[in-house]
Every structure is written in C-alpha cells, then in structure tokens.
Design a protein around this ligand. Sequence first.
Ligand code: ADP
Ligand code: MG
Length: 346
Amino acid sequence: MSEFDLIRKYFTRPTPSAELGVGDDAALLKITEGKVLAISTDMLVSGTHFLPNADAFQLGHKTLAVNLSDLAAMGAVPRWATLSLSLPFAQSGEACSELPHPNPLPEGDGTNEALCASKPTIDEEWLRRFSEGFFALADDNGVELIGGDTTRGPLNLCVTIMGEVPRGKALRRDGAKVGDDIWVSGKLGQAALGLANLQGKFKFYGEVRDECLKALHQPQPRVSLGLALRGIANSAIDISDGLHADLGHILECSHVGAEIEVEALPIVDDGVEKDVAQQCALAGGDDYELCFTAPENQRDVLMALAEQLKFPLTRIGHIKAELGCVVRDGEGKEMQIEKGGYDHFA
Ligand code: ADP
Ligand code: MG
C-alpha cells in the first residue's frame, strides 16, 4: 500500500466546514468573524507517551484527546486538526530489517531495535482501528481532519488542533487573582495509578483498576467545561504533567502563589492507599482534567455546572499573594511533594 492509498483509505473524510481539506498542498480555512484561532500541537512518542503494545483504537482516541484538552483549557471550540504520523509500517510478510528507512540511524543506538519491536502492531488492521478511534472522538467534538503528513519511521503521532474563541474571551494561564478559589475537574491521579500498575510497580484490582486504565488509555477531554468556564474562570490550564506542576504554570504566569488542601483533592478512594493516591493526584501525569481559578462568588454557579456536566468540580485551595505553592495535610502541616510532575528532560 502506498502512502497515498493509506491517506485516502484511512485519513480522508468529508470536511464540509473547510474550503479545502485533505489532498492538496495545503488546506484552506475560513475563520468566523469576531473570533480568533486557537492552535496547539501535541506529539505522542512510542515508549515515552504510550506503551508500544497500546490498543490502536484507544491510541487514536488519545492522540486527539490530549490535543482537545489544550483547546478545552483555552475555552475554544474545536474545529480542525492535522495528523502527522511516523509509522513502522510493514507489508504483510515483510521483515522489519528489510524496511527501507529514509534516514538510516547509526547502529546500536537502540532506535532501530525499538522500531522492530513495535513492528507487529502496525499493519492495516492497526491503521483501521487507530483511525476509528481518532474519528470517533473527532466526530463527538465536531473536529474535521484537514491534512497531515505520513512517513515511515519509529511510531510517532502528532496532532495540530485548531479551534475558535471569541476575541478577548480565551481562558489563559495569566489571569489568576489573589483570593480566587482553585478548582479541578474529575478525579486526579487515575492515569498515573493505571500506568504504575501496567509497569508492575503497583498492584491493585477490580473496577478501580479498570477505571484507572480507562483514564490512562482513553482520557475524556473537558471541552464542554472549558466552554462553560468562559466569563466565570479567571485562569485555566489542563493537567497533563501533574497538578502541582501545571498549577505552578498558572502561578508563574499570573505572578501569584497558592495554598492547596491535600484532603480536598478528588482522588481514587478505593483499593489504593490514601497517601499513594494523593501523591499520584499531585504529581502523576496524563490526567487531562482542567485546573482553573475563579472568584469566590462563582461557587454556586460552579456547583450547578458540575451537576449539569455530570462530573465533579472540586474546590481544592485558593490563590494568595505570597509566591510559591504550599500543600497542607489534614493537620495543616506543609507537605513535601515527591516529584514536581513529569519533565521529559529532567
Ligand atoms: P506534500 O508532499 O505536499 O507535503 P503529502 O504527500 O505529504 O503532501 O500529503 C498529501 C495530502 O495528504 C496533503 O493534503 C496532506 O495534508 C494529506 N495528508 C498526509 N498525511 C495525512 C494524514 N496522516 N492524515 C490526514 N491527511 C494527511
Ligand atoms: Mg508531506
């Protein structure tokens, strides 16, 4: 199958809202009057962001979900996406070592081995499932795939997402005000617990484990929440590197500090020791929940919103003038956080 057959078969769908979609040198888009374009890119690398044997449907979902999460954090309506794929794609029967590679890598750096190791997962069935997962979430969110790039290489998935937000209405990291409440959506730490379990670092069982694995493999981007928070929240971010690290970005951009009550965190409260669940909530990655700040007078509005959206919104602390992020335990003592969040270069 050629690159073009592959694109046509798996990644070409109608794009009614674009003036021109997949198939030319560039797509053509028209932005709605009075709105600005919100653009974000996120790349998923095999072995770094997902396990090489991850389910293709769930991976298609997650590749788009992590990008939608960024638009959610900006309060933008998702519109379009591009998808760039590097695939260790082999025709049936073709040995991995015979795969022509456009830029052969120096021997022994492990990359070719990794490519071979992930080879059995990339075939037409994998592509079909991957595109189904991708388009199922795209359809749910009104996203049209308007282009991309496809190349042979180690498994690497990159989406650029585009959305619209009325000028001046975007949720930003730099708007937190002293006295704001700090809120988070959903439950935190599930994906980190799920990953720890798959890596054999941490054993737990049953429904809780299923939920954690679902959160890891198929996160639900909080797009509707982001939209509802326009005009309510003063600042927002999506939690991808852990609450402590990502809230830290709001604090830095807004030149303020924060105090968090660890007992208030929405954690996994069944089948897992409390302090493990709390550390995962503070410092685990891959949650894709929103953390936002809002004035005290929005509490009732936000509680009603949680009811309407059918997932929890939890008040976990407040913004203060003194810089830094203090996390307090049940007795009011300051806690040490084990890890500030996931940093690929740390
Ligand atoms: P060019 O050589 O001009 O860069 P390509 O051959 O890479 O164009 O791509 C041909 C068309 O297919 C372009 O419109 C491009 O946006 C689209 N495309 C390539 N890969 C993908 C993909 N994985 N998903 C969606 N569209 C893609
Ligand atoms: Mg190209």
